[in-house]
Ligand binder design. Structure first.
Ligand SMILES: Cc1ncc(COP(=O)(O)O)c(C=O)c1O
Length: 394
């Protein structure tokens, strides 16, 4: 049976969290945290900046923001959800990149434990693993539908108890494909008794699967049912706030307590939480859904036009995120990394249009990943794309 205490590194399990000055007293003449009582070094200060009291350390707990996020996710539960989320299920981080790294440091002993990924996938899992001296074991996604190979993943986990974490990306990057919720649930159940580790589902792009905010495919609301499930989300994508760096980890209350005791106490700045509170409020969510809807429409139109171009092959990935993954062909009609790379370079260097070459990813030969732009940006991309690609293949 799954036992969290055996997944967490012993030094983390016994960690005494840092006690912040503000944990003890919050009001009065505050001379306990070595802050600058005279104020921020700003020649001019806006009314908002003033109310944020930027000379003070930010709130280490962020309960108001957590509550708003929880309300939002509880309002469109997954079909399997039975126990709603509470603020005790959350840990906030500096983007999901911090959450990815924190889970690794929490569970994997350097030079000993391992992490499992399902390529093609987001590159930061393996980078964080390398930085932490943790080996990455790979079980490819199935082809051509980019789903998890449950049997192969389970077999690998059951044969190697040093694997402590599985990182799944749903919708995937660069695949743009949602992982079947049923498959995630099946994997979680299947390994509960046979493997002691955590399945981490990175849902950076999840809101693009429910443009109207209905019928969420997110598994974040399942963490109280599956103690071996962790879900990562971010405000960088659907909320259009990559600049504020806010990531959210959803997990059991037992694990959340450990992650919160591990994190740097003031990792969420007052500027970040101020903007995040506005974005996750009722009016912020309306704007988010409006933009998501528009991005989804633009994405579908862009793909249709790209697929009409000579030398553009198929859409390799799915349509569950704010980008597409298309195959670039040579003059003989074969997917080509050489042509894709040339196209990528010429677009960026001579045409000021930057897309991403992904042809080196597993089962992605000739692939370019294109984030959906505004209508005008997409128009310009299309005309330059067609011109350069025809020149390369002429
Ligand atoms: C799958 C996935 N996870 C996480 C991230 C990083 O998100 P954040 O900006 O929250 O660090 C990205 C960014 O591209 C991503 O594609």
């Amino acid at each position: 049976m799954f036992n969290l205490k055996k997944v967490i590194r012993p030094n983390i399990l016994t960690l005494e969290p840092y006690r912040c000055a503000r944990d003890d007293f919050k009001t009065g003449i505050l001379l306990d945290a070595n802050e600058n009582t005279h104020g921020p070094a700003l020649a001019e200060i806006s009314a908002t900046e003033k109310t944020l009291e930027l000379n003070r350390y930010p709130d280490p707990h962020q309960l108001e923001l957590k509550q708003q996020i929880v309300n939002f996710r509880n309002s469109s539960p997954n079909k399997y959800s039975t126990i709603p989320l509470s603020v005790d299920n959350l840990c906030l981080g500096v983007g999901s990149d911090e959450s990815i790294d924190m889970l690794l440091r929490c569970c994997c002993t350097p030079g000993k434990d391992k992490l499992l990924t399902c390529p093609p996938t987001y590159g930061m899992y393996a980078i964080c693993a390398t930085v932490n001296d943790v080996e990455t074991v790979k079980v490819p996604l199935t082809i051509p539908d980019f789903q998890i190979d449950i049997e192969a993943v389970a077999a690998k986990l059951e044969s190697d108890s040093s694997i402590k974490l599985v990182y799944l990306t749903s919708p995937g990057n660069p695949t743009g494909k949602l992982i079947n919720v049923d498959d995630i649930a099946e994997l979680l159940k299947r390994v509960t008794y046979s493997w002691n580790g955590l399945v981490v589902v990175d849902e950076a792009y999840i809101d693009f699967t429910a443009p109207n905010g209905e019928h969420s495919q997110s598994v974040s609301t399942l963490v109280n049912q599956y103690p071996n499930l962790v879900v990562l989300q971010t405000l960088s994508k659907s909320f259009g706030l990559a600049g504020i760096r806010l990531g959210i980890t959803y997990c059991s209350t037992e694990l959340s307590k450990i992650l919160n005791s591990m994190k740097y106490p003031y990792n969420i700045s007052s500027l970040t939480s101020d903007i995040a509170l506005k974005a996750t409020s009722h009016s912020g969510l309306e704007v988010m859904h409006k933009y998501v809807q528009s991005i989804v429409e633009q994405r579908d139109a862009l793909l249709k036009q790209l697929l009409n171009l000579k030398y553009v092959g198929k859409n390799i990935g799915g349509l569950d995120a704010n980008f597409i993954l298309v195959e670039i062909l040579d003059k003989n009609g074969s997917p080509s990394n050489e042509v894709a790379l040339k196209l990528y370079n010429t677009l960026a260097v001579d045409n000021a249009v930057v897309v991403r070459f992904r042809g080196k990813e597993l089962n992605c030969i000739g692939a370019l990943r294109i984030s959906v732009g505004t209508e005008e940006e997409n128009k310009e991309l299309l005309s330059k794309f067609e011109k350069v690609l025809n020149e390369i293949n002429s």
